[in-house]
Write a protein that binds this ligand. Structure first.
Ligand code: ZN
Length: 251
C-alpha cells in the first residue's frame, strides 16, 4: 500500500500550487482519505483475525494440515506447504507451487488459521484449474513491479524540472501508476474467488462445522476489505495526480 513515497511527494508539489487553498493543496485530502480507509480495513482484519484466533476449531487440524487435506481433496499433489516468517504473510506462490503459511496459521488449529489456510488453497486451486484472472495477474506482476518502482520518481522529476521533457515524464509516470491501479483491480476478483473456493472446500470436507464457518466468513470478508481499501486508495491517488498534472500542463 505504497503510502510513504506519496506522503513525501505531497510536500514537494503541495505548497503554493494553483489548487492551493490558503497555501494548502486540497487534493492532498484524497490521499488522506485513502490512507484512513486502509487503516480502518487493517484494523478490521486484525480484530477479526485476533477474535477467531482464540476460537479453536473442533477438528483440531492445524492450518498446515488443513491445507494438505484441502489440496488433496482437489486432486492437487504437487504443491508444497511451508512455513514463512512474519504476520499475515500467507500466500500461494504459483511459480514454485508452494503454499506459504505464517507461523500463526501454520501450526494453529484456530478457526482463523484454518480459514486463512483454506483461502490460500483457493489460490492453488485457481492455478491448478487455469483460472484466467489469476493467470493474467501472475503474467503482469513483473511489469507492475517496474511500473510501481519508477512511477513516483518520474512524476516527481516531472514536477521539479522545467523543460519540455517534464510533460512527457509526467504522462509516463501517470500511465505507470494507472497500470498499478489496474493491477489492484484485477486482484479483487482473484481474492474474492479464492475466499469462495476456500470456504466451499471447508464445507465439503467438513473440516469446519457450520457454526465455525461463520468465523471463516468474518475473517475472509475482513481480509477482502483490505484489498478493496487498497484499490480505492490507489484510485484516489490516481485522481489526485491527474488533477495536479492537468494543472501543470495548463501553466
Ligand atoms: Zn489471497
Amino acid at each position: 500500500m505504497q503510502m510513504t513515497p506519496l506522503l513525501a511527494a505531497g510536500y514537494y508539489y503541495g505548497g503554493g500550487y494553483r489548487y492551493g487553498f490558503y497555501g494548502m493543496d486540497w487534493t492532498y485530502l484524497l490521499v488522506l482519505a485513502g490512507f484512513v480507509l486502509c487503516l480502518i480495513a487493517q484494523g478490521l482484519v486484525s480484530s477479526a483475525f485476533n477474535k477467531y484466533s482464540r476460537v479453536s476449531a473442533m477438528s483440531g487440524r492445524t492450518g498446515a494440515e488443513t491445507a494438505e487435506e484441502l489440496l488433496r481433496s482437489q486432486g492437487i499433489f504437487d504443491v508444497d506447504v511451508q512455513r514463512v516468517d512474519g504476520n499475515l504473510t500467507d500466500h500461494y506462490d504459483p511459480k514454485n507451487k508452494v503454499l506459504r503459511l505464517s507461523a500463526s496459521v501454520y501450526g494453529s488449529s484456530s478457526v482463523a488459521a484454518v480459514s486463512v489456510a483454506a483461502h490460500e488453497c483457493g489460490h492453488a486451486v485457481q492455478h491448478h484449474l487455469g483460472y484466467a484472472p489469476l493467470s493474467i495477474r501472475t503474467a503482469i506482476v513483473p511489469v507492475v513491479n517496474i511500473a510501481q518502482t519508477i512511477s513516483w520518481p518520474l512524476i516527481l522529476i516531472g514536477f521539479l524540472i522545467n523543460s519540455r521533457m517534464s510533460t512527457l515524464l509526467l504522462e509516463i509516470g501517470v500511465l505507470m501508476f494507472a497500470a498499478v491501479v489496474l493491477f489492484q483491480l484485477i486482484t479483487l476478483p482473484v481474492e474474492f474467488d479464492a475466499s469462495r473456493r476456500g470456504r466451499r472446500m471447508l464445507e465439503e470436507t467438513h473440516i469446519l462445522y457450520e457454526n465455525e464457518i461463520a468465523g471463516t466468513k468474518a475473517v475472509l470478508r475482513a481480509a477482502a476489505l483490505t484489498y478493496v481499501a487498497g484499490a480505492l486508495s490507489s484510485i484516489l491517488q490516481l485522481i489526485r495526480i491527474i488533477l495536479l498534472t492537468g494543472g501543470r500542463r495548463r501553466d
